[in-house]
Design a protein around this ligand. Structure first.
Ligand code: SF4
Length: 289
């Protein structure tokens, strides 16, 4: 079977940076690094990092109190996940009494800064995103109680009436066309709406590369990445919208020869937190089919 791999498949710069920060702090296993929730949304990579004593503590949304092991004799450090956290959570982590390092993706930091500056000037803030996603929970914390999350048109119609300025931003990994459509609808109600397209470059590139896979002749699409990874799930949804059979898998173990018998060319892409060793093993296995 022919295999075409998307150029953008694999780690984005924000994920690479977060891993680098955690590894620097771990100093080759000399220190224990505690990450508040998963550093990135890929369980295989988190397992690999665990071998360097980079340990995930806390919960998926970075909401609960951390129960840090008391019997760890090594020096320890707290590292913030790539998805970022709220200012309240930051204060909490900084008060744990351990060295603290921020692994937040700078693209998420920029969104937080925009929300903060508008909220301080009295704007209501509409965030297009998944209310359950840790990035969105963190961003909401910068909105001074003036934040509202919408995921679709239905949510848009449920928004309260705003009497001050309104700004609309997006979670970094959403669909560009959906953001455009919803922000246009909101601007019909609030003509002075400030629209800030904060979908990150890595996400946009991945979405446009997918179109190229289809144009280059892929008759089946394989999207590799964690089931919790927002950008991977979005890619799988986008691929399916091109009427191509689509498989969202985590590792090469999730694919069987029989399933691919009727296809000639597989287009392979991967989420921003999918490690290279997994992408390579999936491509190699597909080529043998
Ligand atoms: S997907 Fe975008 S926002 Fe998220 S970590 Fe990567 S570069 Fe940063």
């Amino acid at each position: 079977m022919k295999v075409i791999r998307a150029n953008s498949a694999g780690f984005c710069w924000g994920v690479e940076r977060a891993i680098q920060v955690a590894r620097e702090e771990a100093r080759g296993g000399e220190r224990t690094v505690y990450t508040d929730g998963p550093l990135i949304h890929n369980s295989q990579m988190m397992t690999a990092l665990g071998r360097e004593d980079i340990r995930e503590v806390g919960d998926y949304q970075s909401a609960s109190q951390l129960d840090l092991p008391q019997d760890n004799e090594k020096e320890s450090v707290v590292v913030v996940r790539a998805h970022g956290i709220s200012p309240k959570r930051r204060k909490y982590l900084q008060n744990l009494g351990l060295p603290f390092r921020d692994g937040t993706c700078p693209d998420v930091g920029i969104i937080a800064g925009k929300i903060k500056s508008h909220a301080e000037r009295g704007y209501d803030v509409v965030i297009f995103g998944d209310p359950e996603h840790p990035e969105v929970s963190g961003l909401l914390g910068y909105a001074n109680e003036r934040g509202h999350v919408i995921t679709n048109e239905e949510d848009l119609h449920k928004l309260p009436t705003f009497n001050s300025g309104v700004v609309m931003v997006s979670q970094s990994t959403m669909f560009t066309h959906e953001f455009k459509d919803l922000s246009l609808q909101l601007s019909e109600k609030y003509p002075a709406l400030v629209i800030l397209d904060t979908i990150c470059g890595a996400t946009k590139e991945r979405q446009s590369d997918l179109v190229e896979l289809v144009n280059d002749g892929a008759d089946v699409i394989v999207v590799i990445g964690g089931k919790h990874s927002a950008n991977t799930r979005k890619l799988a949804k986008l691929a399916a919208s091109y009427d191509k059979p689509t498989f969202h898998i985590e590792t090469a173990d999730d694919i069987e020869k029989e399933t691919f018998q009727s296809f000639k060319c597989a287009g392979v892409t991967a989420g921003a937190s999918t490690p290279e060793f997994i992408i390579r093993s999936v491509c190699e296995k597909l080529k043998t089919f």
